[in-house]
Write a protein that binds this ligand. Structure first.
Ligand code: ADP
Ligand code: MG
Length: 682
């Protein structure tokens, strides 16, 4: 008797060769096979009489072969099998390209179901390469068919048959990770039924029910895992900070903190006093002043005898943080140092010595902060800036350099709160939902390339008034390959310098420059020595040049909305009215609509929601950088309501049985889900 662990070769038609191909889809056992869910469906339930078949329509036609198929060779490598099929209403000319075997499969006088797209005219209807089966068979036609993602050596038809056999053999053996009572309360169908219907739905309603159950299951397991992570953290302890008085810090700030900044700072300080390691995400739109909140936390940690590390995703940002924070913090007696990958060896040695001896209170840097040779005397606070660029592992690697240090994660990508809680499920979330006073709206325009000359004229006017501008040259990570953005940006900058603005200073910065060169260009721009900075998206996050008032983005349609919002956030940082000009020649309605969102709102949260809706969370967060286990069926943007329901059910179950002793299958599945994501749950 086959069971769930039986090898796929058990399936008729699957031998060594196909088993090897299936392995590429991670299918080894019958359980893997039936857990390989369709990507979409092909609804083949519509039947038409030939008379009613419209050219362009895809449908099933029941018809009889009026004669034996004929074969003709058009040229080498192209052979046609032709057949005329008839029903009581008309005739349909059917052609198969390069499927010579069809000649022997079809016989005059017999009836078949053909499924395909009708072409030709009303007078002479045709169908090319239809699916064919004996009338009434209903395996390939007449029902909703699953569409599976494929790999070389595996066809749809083969997979359909294999899954069907697999389901028959063992769908009743599937252990259900959902407790019976949860299924009852939330009206969820049994697992065997759900598997059957997700592959071969009887109708839309059954499919929706199956999907609902599987999504619920996934979110439920996820919620349990996240809750356990959080509980595990709750039992960790550390010494509470003796003093959380940072009035000296407030006193030396050039401006009062906003209400939101003060509230979030307060949340951090009470974490420090609580006696367990803080794990907090601070979300705030571009320009909401996250750096000052981090500074407050740093001051407090240092006053309590601890060291702090601030990790930024790029050297430019690390250096900028260093430049802006060091003067402020040193006034308060905090010694600061910088640590980046591009530093000369001697400077690096000095920095490392300061950290291991404890002389240095705060180190600001890039990934260099987690290199093996970096030792801290008393690392007590880890701050990561623009966290969506870091994986959980990097965050953890830095934390491991201290003794249960407090962790503060700052993110400028505003994510709807519920989603944030799910994604950063083991973090507490604070939101800075207020901008410092006096910020002006950044006027945003969407134009086509035909307006480029006018855009240049506008730049000239702003520069004449003493301002500066950024021009972003498209650099989009296509297929995860690093594109050659350098060439594009350099050429563009050179063109501007020689042909458009010979009398102005145009500079260029791109991701492949040496850190030192990059720094030189950025510093010159910050000092106002260059007027126009042509850049790839390296300026995307955090760069702060208040005198810059115009952000021009070429090929704007190639960026995600949140990324555009980040880029736009580079201007409007000072007292001057600022502008963002999005240039795009993409005329598709979808792209226009997307860019219009940018013109209509400056609210990062709204933009993020729109971005999520349009692109889905996969793209939104990049290569699973959020560190959440991969979800197979659930879609965090669409399944929000179900998410809440599953979360509640998870909490209830954990309240009842915190160790899941009575629910071994649930516990096992949660463990497996998190193991696969690189987290261990124990
Ligand atoms: P982000 O949240 O994008 O990291 P920053 O921390 O870089 O924002 O702050 C953006 C700008 O706002 C900086 O120039 C900073 O000095 C300024 N800023 C921060 N807080 C305040 C405040 N409370 N009042 C006025 N300006 C502020
Ligand atoms: Mg910032």
């Amino acid at each position: 008797m086959p069971d769930l662990t039986t090898d796929v070769r058990y399936i008729k038609g699957v031998g060594e060769q196909r088993a090897k191909s299936l392995l590429k889809l991670n299918i080894r056992t019958l359980q893997d096979l039936i857990s390989y869910f369709p990507r979409s469906y092909d609804d083949r339930r519509s039947f038409q009489k030939i008379k009613d078949l419209q050219p362009g329509e895809t449908a099933c036609v029941e018809a009889m072969a009026a004669s034996s198929p004929t074969i003709s060779r058009i040229r080498k490598g192209l052979e046609l099998v032709k057949l005329r099929a008839v029903d009581e209403t008309g005739a349909l000319d059917i052609t198969f390209f390069n499927q010579v075997y069809m000649k022997d499969n079809l016989h005059a006088g017999e009836s078949y179901t053909f499924y395909g797209k009708a072409e030709g005219t009303h007078r002479r209807k045709t169908m090319a390469n239809p699916l064919v089966e004996r009338e009434g068979s209903r395996v390939l036609t007449g029902r909703i068919m699953p569409v599976y993602p494929l790999t070389a050596g595996i066809s749809q038809g083969m997979l359909v048959k294999a899954v069907e056999q697999g389901l028959d053999a063992c769908r009743d053996l599937l252990p259900d990770p959902l407790p019976e009572e949860v299924r009852q309360v939330h009206h969820l169908c049994s697992i065997g039924y759900a598997y059957k219907q997700i592959h071969f739905p009887d109708d839309e309603e059954q499919l929706a029910g199956a999907r609902r159950r599987l999504v619920f299951e996934e979110l439920f397991l996820l919620a349990i895992g996240l809750k356990k992570l959080r509980n595990r953290r709750d039992v960790l302890t550390c010494l509470p900070y003796a003093s959380t008085d940072i009035s000296a810090f407030y006193a030396c700030l050039p401006f009062p903190l906003t209400g939101a900044q003060r509230r979030v700072t307060g949340e951090i300080l009470s974490d420090f006093a609580a006696g367990r390691p803080m794990n907090r995400l601070v979300q705030g739109d571009v320009g909401s002043g996250k750096t000052m909140v981090a500074a407050a936390a740093i001051v407090c940690a240092v006053r309590n005898g601890k060291q702090a590390a601030l990790m930024a995703p790029t050297e430019i940002l690390a250096e900028q943080h260093y430049r802006s924070l060091a003067p402020l913090l040193e006034k308060l007696g905090v010694t600061c140092s910088l640590l980046t990958g591009g530093m000369p060896a001697k400077a690096r040695r000095t920095a490392l010595a300061g950290l291991s001896s404890g002389m240095t209170n705060l180190v600001i840097g890039t990934h260099a902060l987690i290199s093996a040779d970096v030792e801290y005397a008393a690392l007590g606070l880890v701050v990561t800036d623009e966290q969506h660029r870091f994986g959980v592992n990097q965050r953890a690697a830095l934390s491991a350099k201290g003794e249960r240090p407090h962790l503060l994660v700052m993110s400028a990508t505003p994510i709807p709160r519920t989603l944030a809680l799910m994604i950063y499920g083991d973090l507490d979330v604070s939101v800075i939902d207020e901008l410092p006073p006096g910020r002006q709206k950044i006027d945003t325009f969407v134009v086509t390339g035909a307006y480029r000359q006018r855009v240049y004229n506008f730049l000239r006017k702003e520069i004449a008034a003493g301002r500066q501008a950024y021009i972003i040259c498209s650099m989009v990570e296509e297929n995860n390959a690093i594109p050659d953005d350098r060439k594009a940006a350099l050429e563009y900058a050179q063109m501007l310098q020689t042909q458009v603005f010979p009398d102005l200073q145009v500079a260029c910065v791109h991701g492949r420059m040496k850190p030192r060169e990059k720094d030189k260009v950025m510093s010159a721009f910050a000092a106002g020595e260059t007027h126009i900075l042509v850049s790839t998206t390296v300026v995307e996050v955090g760069v702060d040049v208040p005198n810059a008032t115009v952000m021009v983005i070429e090929d704007a349609d190639r960026f995600g909305l949140s990324q555009l919002h980040q880029l736009r956030g580079r201007v409007g940082r000072g007292q001057y009215k600022s502008f963002c000009i999005l240039i795009s020649d993409n005329r598709s309605e979808e792209s226009r609509a997307r860019l219009r969102v940018m013109a209509q709102t400056g609210d990062g949260f709204k933009i993020a929601e729109e971005d999520l809706r349009l692109r889905g969370p996969g793209d939104f967060f990049g290569q699973r950088q959020h560190g959440l286990p991969a979800l197979k069926v659930a879609d965090l943007t669409c399944d929000m309501a179900l998410l809440h329901e599953a979360q509640q059910a998870a909490e209830e179950l954990l309240r009842k049985d915190p160790e899941l002793n009575a629910y071994p299958e649930t516990a096992r599945r949660v463990r497996r889900m998190f193991e696969l994501s690189g987290d261990t749950l124990n």
